[in-house]
Design a protein around this ligand. Structure first.
Ligand SMILES: C[S@@+](CC[C@H](N)C(=O)[O-])C[C@H]1O[C@@H](n2cnc3c(N)ncnc32)[C@H](O)[C@@H]1O
Length: 218
């Protein structure tokens, strides 16, 4: 298990913390957690404020292919794939790779990239509908923190079951109490979050032996 920043080459998104803090309410959080049109393509208050393909995941896909030494014919699953941007880019940078995605959002899957039609499946990270050892790598980027802690443990166990030692999980985290405060003001959908040590404990409870990294508010 290793800490590795596979998103190092992803352009940083602009998080307007103050704008969101003012607007955040239990109703807005509940709507965001439905992962529907408002979360992806509605006003920024509910989430992305417009989730559109712009090729920014291409360098990340290149780094993932390199890190896992993926080759044509290898199978990769992106858990929490949303509209399939990373699935599309994995196929772009490694032609012949068998990339698939799974997401809980019907809206995202219905509005996926044309190149990934037939490759994305509706489902939840804590119950992956695939056989043991059926993938060469399983990714879950900014997804697992959206589950309650017990379900997050089930999710990492599932990732391990599908690709033992060949997972990559990136989750919301913080290193200091000050950073945690800023994160709490900003967070919308995460149901569980912790310092890296807390996450490492969760990973180990799920028997996870893959790699991981953190999304931190800067
Ligand atoms: C912050 S987005 C990340 C999307 C993409 N991985 C990325 O990094 O751009 C979180 C995604 O997790 C999905 N999601 C939330 N809960 C989930 C669950 N229990 N199982 C699978 N996907 C889930 C949401 O629908 C959404 O697409």
């Amino acid at each position: 298990m290793a800490e590795v920043n596979l998103l190092a080459r992803l352009p940083k998104g602009k998080r307007n913390i103050n704008a969101r803090t003012e607007a955040k309410s239990p109703e807005i959080i509940a709507i965001s957690r439905q992962y529907g049109e408002l979360y992806f393509d509605g006003p920024r208050t509910y989430g992305y404020g417009g989730y559109r393909y712009d090729g920014r995941w291409i360098p990340v896909a290149e780094d993932i292919v390199k890190h896992f030494n993926l080759k044509p014919g290898d199978r990769v699953l992106d858990v929490g794939c949303a509209k399939g941007f990373l699935v599309k880019d994995l196929m772009k940078v490694c032609p012949g790779i068998e990339a698939f995605g799974l997401d809980i959002s019907e809206y995202a899957l219905r509005h996926c990239e044309p190149e990934v039609v037939g490759r994305l499946q509706l489902g939840s990270a804590d119950k992956l509908p695939f056989p043991d050892k059926s993938f060469d790598a399983v990714l879950a980027i900014n997804t697992i923190h959206n589950l309650e802690r017990a379900d997050a443990i089930r999710a990492v166990r599932e990732i391990e079951r599908l690709a033992p030692g060949r997972g990559f999980i990136q989750v919301d985290s913080y290193r200091t109490p000050e950073q945690r405060e800023v994160f709490l003001e900003w967070v919308l959908t995460a149901k569980f979050h912790d310092y890296p040590d807390g996450w490492l404990k969760l990973f180990s409870e799920g028997g996870y032996t893959g790699d991981y990294f953190w999304t931190m508010v800067e």
